[in-house]
Design a protein. Structure first.
Ligand code: HEC
Ligand SMILES: [Cu+2]
Length: 423
């Protein structure tokens, strides 16, 4: 008796606490966070969300029906006192054929309800639909421990090969984008929660996915397959631009790295097409202090922050310091791992840095691209990304732990000024 009473009290405690904390749990789920799969912004993610919701509805109905029957049976046949307890079990029967057949049919019906949209979705998300294929834009994404390289095979640069960028993927909005998925080392997984579900990047296997952004926007991406030490901070960004701005961005990216010349000297001009974006998206307030400082808009309105990053501000630059930085970048062997097209770098083991100053993030989307953060990164990359290949591949001798590249504070300042000037 005692035990029964205790058990029932525990049951009410449990149900009560669930009722009180339930809404808190829901609120805690934050359904529109930067990596939410509920706040979808493109047709592929939307179709995946639909399948998820169909499954939720069907299983909710099952839960409610089964729960109600269980609750009813529990209440009806509850043994209220030991006097109630039958001396012998009731005679056992085989069951009720009608109930059994109905239950089996209901289950099959539920499975079909879920299977139909699931199959349709698998076909739909596998590749760009036939009628839109001619309009699709192609990009190749390659996973490295622990960052992403993006190649634009439709944008060849004479004498170089396809246009290459790192960690920030710029795509045209409102247009299907087909992404080839590759890896140079272990298995990674490419995931932009608001645009499309994850697909693995597997060694020796040519996977692909497609996605489309309904509108221009700034989206968060993430490697979704455990790939070693810094997997959790192997991130990236996707920036979707209107067609015209995207075309202008391509023109600007294809140019070799920017050369900063002292005021009055003849600075190389960007061609007409690349100026479109400068004219359309002027810097909010050019007079607001140090142009190299963080863009305050970065978090509030990330796409605006990204646009501001595209525009050089020669007035705030120190050409002599930048020239020194360029020299140091070469002398301190940074060039062995990084390419700066048109300047000295040729390395391919690290991200391409030709226009690194125009990115909103560094270190694979894990640090905001400000002079301060870039200085922190160059001073000690391992502080932010344990095991990263910049630190382990050249900064230190893995055998002895001794530093191989020594930079003074002043040298780092020059290098940062140089890299930030590469818009
Ligand atoms: C041994 C190869 C190697 C050397 C040498 C090297 N780097 Fe790197 N660098 C990398 C790798 C790999 C990454 C990507 C790390 C990550 O995000 O996991 C990286 C990332 C960076 C980034 C961030 C880029 C981005 O878009 O995320 C900057 C900036 C950078 N390196 C600057 C430098 C400078 C300056 C030097 C010279 C002082 C240098 N690197 C030397 C391999 C190297
Ligand atoms: Cu990974």
């Amino acid at each position: 008796m005692r035990l029964l009473a205790l058990r029932s009290r525990l049951k009410w405690c449990f149900l009560g606490s669930l009722a009180i904390t339930g809404p808190l749990w829901l609120a805690g789920c934050w359904l529109n966070g930067p990596q939410s799969t509920f706040d979808v912004k493109g047709p592929v993610a939307r179709s995946q969300l639909n399948v998820f919701m169909v499954t939720v509805y069907v299983t909710t109905v099952i839960f409610v029906v089964v729960g109600a029957v269980l609750a009813y049976a529990t209440w009806k046949f509850y043994c209220r006192s030991s006097a109630d307890q039958p001396a012998e079990p009731r005679p056992q029967g085989h069951g009720n054929p009608l109930v059994e057949i109905s239950l089996v049919s209901a289950s099959v019906f539920c499975l079909i309800l879920i299977a139909l949209p699931t199959l349709k979705n698998i076909w739909y998300t596998y590749d760009v639909p036939e009628d839109q294929r001619a309009n699709a834009y192609e990009i190749t994404a390659t996973g490295y421990q622990w960052w992403f390289k993006f190649e634009y095979p439709q944008e060849p640069i004479t004498g170089v090969g396809p246009l290459v960028t790192g960690n920030e993927l710029i795509i045209p909005a409102g247009r299907p984008v087909r992404i080839n998925l590759r890896t140079v080392d272990v298995i990674h997984s490419f995931w932009v929660p608001k645009l499309a579900g994850k697909v693995d990047m597997i060694p020796n296997r040519a996977n692909h996915l497609w996605l489309e952004a309904d509108e221009p926007g700034y989206f968060y991406g993430q490697c979704a397959e455990f790939c070693g030490d810094s997997h959790a901070i192997m991130r990236f960004r996707v920036i979707a631009l209107p067609a015209q701005e995207f075309a202008a961005w391509i023109v600007g990216q294809k140019l070799p790295a920017r050369v900063v010349t002292p005021a009055g000297a003849d600075a190389p001009q960007k061609p007409e097409a690349a100026q479109v974006r400068l004219a359309n998206y002027p810097l909010a307030d050019a007079s607001s202090g140090d142009a190299l400082s963080a863009s305050p808009a970065f978090d509030a309105e990330p796409l605006t922050g990204w646009r501001e990053k595209q525009i050089p501000s020669p007035a705030a630059e120190d050409p002599a310091l930048i020239a020194e930085g360029r020299h140091l970048f070469q002398q301190k062997t940074c060039i062995a791992c990084h390419t700066i097209r048109g300047h000295e770098g040729v390395g391919v083991t690290g991200p391409e840095l030709t226009h690194v100053g125009s990115r909103t993030t560094i270190a694979a989307g894990s640090l905001e691209n400000t002079p301060r953060r870039m200085r922190d990164w160059i001073t000690n990359p391992n502080r932010f990304k344990p095991g990263n290949k910049m630190y382990n591949g050249g900064y230190t001798d893995p055998a002895t732990g001794q530093r191989l590249i020594n930079l003074t504070d002043g040298e780092i300042t020059a290098i940062v000024a140089y890299l930030q000037s590469l818009k």
